[in-house]
Structure formats: structure tokens, C-alpha cells
Design a protein around this ligand. Structure first.
Ligand code: EPZ
Length: 418
């Protein structure tokens, strides 16, 4: 296993081109199961999760080639409609193949994704939506078997706003007979891109970007090409890395409005953002002000930046409260940040972070993707050297984060764990 070695207290300066969004690439890859042929996805993020998904698609008769960050998929009909536990357990978004396999072939056998580092990750909304479209769903021995002679459009109101459930049900409704109305949908930019891509494939989706989607089913779809949107979570993570070190960095290949409320929160914290069409320039000259956050679905504060914000607030000149209303127990990073000297108290799904902390480098352990990036941010400002172990978690969702940080002047390198 590999670890990062980080020598703290170096300001980040320079320019970074943001990679494509992992959470946009995954549903688009799943959509390719809906129609045979050739697809090209440019600005494709090359990271563990997207490569794992390519492996799963290979078992479903989809061939992947990557060249200069363009993924080419060659999709042929598949006899195999099974997504194995061994693959799904390593990457829960593999569950996205359920909807398209069901819509295209009338059956799908997909392993339940199980939990993750921070607790249960239910899929009841995915299953509820597919059942409402006429599928019979059996859950036996850790696998979901979904069957339907044909899918019939229906009215579906999600009980919770779920990115995954919205995507999975969309990936079925596009081929259902008649009209489907989805209410209480997620409207993350990644969901919007999936809707736009499905329409490029010949689907008929309206209400895109709103909580109410209307889908008129079609007989069949055809392949299409797409440029993956920039990764707003990578952007947010690197903006906070810049802010925490008092740096000065320009980010290109960005869609600034995808930051949602994060922009306001950064300004409240005393960060200067210079925003152009597809670039954001960050500087932090003065002190960091304490800013409370509460995560919520887009355009609210993303839960995927919660851990990074906690690391950032350790240097604020006051205390702050960070509440995660989406994943109540997504705080595995707190114990590790405390090893670096952060003073954080957990009260249910709220972390109370004391500001003005002096962090001292130490060995810490990644527990999940975004937790690992919060440890890297803390290591960037800790005195001395911080060792972040098990960085395979980080490599799942960031493409060469260490290279990007080194390019900006961070002293960070990767080595085998002793
Ligand atoms: C997606 O996960 C993202 N993953 C997550 O990013 C992100 O944290 C999450 O959305 C929230 O924004 C991908 O896009 C691949 P949800 P997903 O369904 O779809 C509850 C990362 O770091 N829920 O939107 O699994 C659920 O418990 C990853 O890149 C149900 O109750 O999340 C949660 O409280 C981590 N029943 C809320 O909805 C369901 O059937 C939102 O979860 C589904 C979800």
C-alpha cells in the first residue's frame, strides 16, 4: 500500500487545470448499456473508480479504450446481466448498471453495494422507482434481481433527494412505455449532464435541472459523444488547499456556478475569488473567519466537501459548526485530524471545530475518499511531516492529486508504506 509524505507550511501558487468529474463519468458510462455502438467521452477522469467501472462494463460486453483522456466505449449486446459482488463492493456506483440492464434486457442481477466507511448506504429509493415502472424486485443472498417484460411509465415521488436513485431510475424510464414523472429528484450538475446526455442519445427528458423530471419513453436509443463536466469537488478541494496555505492559485476548466453556495461560504471565510467564464482565481491575504456549514443537496453545501471544510476551519480565528444532514456519521476523518492536534468535538451529526489550532505533523490513516483529502489539507499546514497512509482511498476519486499539489509548490510525495 502507498502513503503520502507531506512537509507542511508551503504556500500553494500557480495554475491548475481541473479534471473531469468522477460522479458525472460514472452514470454516463452506465448509460452506454442502453444502446450498442461506439461512444466517446472526453475530459475523462482516469482514476480508480472509473477504471473499476470499466472492468465491470467489460463483463457486460463493453470494451473500453482510453487515449489522451478520451474514453472510447464499444458496446455490444450482452448475454451476461450480472454485476458481481467482488466488483460492486469496491465501487458502489456499479449499482448504476441495474436501471439500464433492466430497461434494455428485461432483467438484471446486481449485487447490493453494502455499506461504506461511514455507515449504511441504502438503495430503497432505487428499487422503489424501478418497481413503480413495473419491475419485480427480489433481494436474495446479497443480490438484487430485477425483471420486467416491459416497463410502463408512472408517477414516482422520491422519499429523499438521492443522486443515485435519480440516475438509476432515469436510466430505466427513458425506455419505459409512455410518460414517467419523477418528483423530488436530485439536481446535481452530474444529474443534469446525465439528462442532457440521454437526450443526445434520443431520450425525451424535460424539466432538466429541476426537482421534477418528465420522461416520454422511446422505443430505442443510439450512441452519442460527450465532454465530461469539470469536477466541482476536486475544484472545491483544491480551492481549500489554496486557502488553508494562504496561497494564490488560478483554476481553469471550471464551471463556477457548480460551486453553488460554496462560493458564498468561501467569501464569508475571507477568501478572494476572481471568477471568469471558465476560471476561478483564489487568494487568501488576511485571516480565515470561522464559518458554520450545513450540508444539503445541490446547490447547497456538498457533503463531499464537509471533511475538507473541517480541516480548513482548524485555522479560522474562531470556532465553527459543521453539520452533515446527508450522511449523519460521515466523520471518520475527525479522529485522524485530532492526531494532528485539531480540537474537534462531535455532537451527533455536528462537528464543533475550535479555531486557531497549531497542527503538528504525524502519521494518520485514510478511511474513505473525502476523509483522505481532508488529511492532506491538514498536512499542508501542519508543522513538520505528515504521513497519510492508505491513499488508495484518495486515488479512487482524484486524478494525480499529489502531482497537482506538487505543481503548486506543495512538498508532497508518494511512497510505499514501510
Ligand atoms: C452520490 O452518492 C455521490 N456518489 C456521493 O459522492 C455523494 O456524497 C452523494 O451522492 C451525495 O451527494 C456518486 O455520485 C457516485 P445519495 P449516492 O443517494 O447517490 C439517502 C464521493 O465522495 N438514500 O444522493 O449514493 C442516503 O442515505 C461520493 O464522490 C436513501 O435513503 O448518494 C443519503 O442520506 C461519496 N435511499 C441521501 O439519500 C436510497 O435509495 C443522499 O444519498 C438512496 C439514498
Amino acid at each position: 500500500m502507498e502513503r503520502f509524505v507531506i512537509e507542511g507550511q508551503h504556500r500553494l501558487e500557480g495554475h491548475i487545470h481541473i479534471s473531469g468529474a468522477k460522479n458525472a463519468a460514472l452514470p454516463l458510462m452506465a448509460a452506454s448499456l442502453l444502446a450498442d455502438g461506439i461512444y466517446h467521452f472526453s475530459n475523462f477522469p482516469i482514476l480508480r473508480d472509473t477504471l473499476t467501472f470499466s472492468k465491470l462494463l467489460k463483463e457486460l460486453n463493453v470494451d473500453s479504450q482510453i487515449e489522451d483522456h478520451v474514453l472510447t466505449l464499444r458496446v455490444e449486446p450482452t448475454e451476461n446481466k450480472v454485476a458481481r459482488y467482488e466488483l460492486v463492493k469496491t465501487m458502489r456506483a456499479s449499482f448504476y448498471v441495474l436501471g439500464p440492464l433492466l430497461a434494455r434486457y428485461g432483467e438484471a442481477i446486481v449485487s447490493l453495494p453494502g455499506g461504506c466507511a461511514w455507515g449504511p448506504r441504502p438503495v430503497d429509493q432505487h428499487l422503489k422507482g424501478l418497481q413503480k415502472l413495473g419491475a419485480t424486485i427480489d433481494t436474495v443472498a446479497g443480490y438484487v434481481t430485477a425483471k420486467a417484460k416491459e416497463l410502463i411509465g408512472n408517477e414516482i415521488v422520491f422519499d429523499v433527494i438521492s443522486v443515485g436513485a435519480t440516475c438509476n431510475v432515469l436510466l430505466s424510464a427513458v425506455l419505459a412505455k409512455g410518460k414517467t414523472i419523477l418528483e423530488n429528484c436530485a439536481r446535481e450538475p452530474e444529474v443534469v449532464q446525465l439528462c442532457e446526455f440521454l437526450n443526445k442519445m434520443g431520450a425525451k427528458i424535460s424539466g432538466i435541472g429541476t426537482p421534477r423530471l418528465e420522461i416520454h419513453g422511446v422505443e430505442s436509443l443510439h450512441p452519442a459523444d460527450e465532454t465530461i463536466i469539470p469536477d466541482r469537488i476536486e475544484l472545491g478541494t483544491l480551492i481549500l488547499a489554496t486557502a488553508i496555505t494562504g496561497g494564490n492559485v488560478k483554476f481553469t476548466n471550471v464551471i463556477p456556478e457548480h460551486l453553488g453556495i460554496v462560493q458564498e461560504k468561501l467569501i464569508e471565510a475571507g477568501i478572494t475569488l476572481n471568477i471568469q467564464d471558465n476560471s476561478v482565481h483564489i487568494t487568501r491575504l488576511g485571516d480565515v473567519k470561522p464559518v458554520d456549514i450545513k450540508t444539503s443537496p445541490y446547490p447547497g453545501f456538498p457533503t463531499d466537501l464537509q471533511a475538507q471544510w473541517i480541516a480548513f476551519m482548524t485555522i479560522a480565528d474562531g470556532d465553527s459548526k459543521i453539520t452533515d444532514t446527508i450522511f449523519f456519521d460521515r466523520f471518520k476523518h475527525v479522529a485522524e485530524l485530532q492526531r494532528l492536534g485539531a480540537r474537534i468535538r462531535l455532537d451527533g451529526n455536528t462537528a464543533i471545530v475550535e479555531g486557531r489550532q497549531r497542527l503538528i505533523g504525524a502519521p494518520v490513516m485514510s478511511t474513505d475518499l473525502r476523509a483522505s483529502s481532508s488529511l492532506v489539507l491538514a498536512g499542508l499546514i501542519a508543522e513538520g511531516t505528515t504521513f497519510v497512509s492508505r491513499i488508495y482511498h484518495l486515488d479512487r476519486g482524484y486524478e494525480k492529486l499529489d502531482d497537482k499539489l506538487s505543481k503548486l509548490g506543495a512538498k508532497i510525495f508518494r511512497e510505499q508504506e514501510p
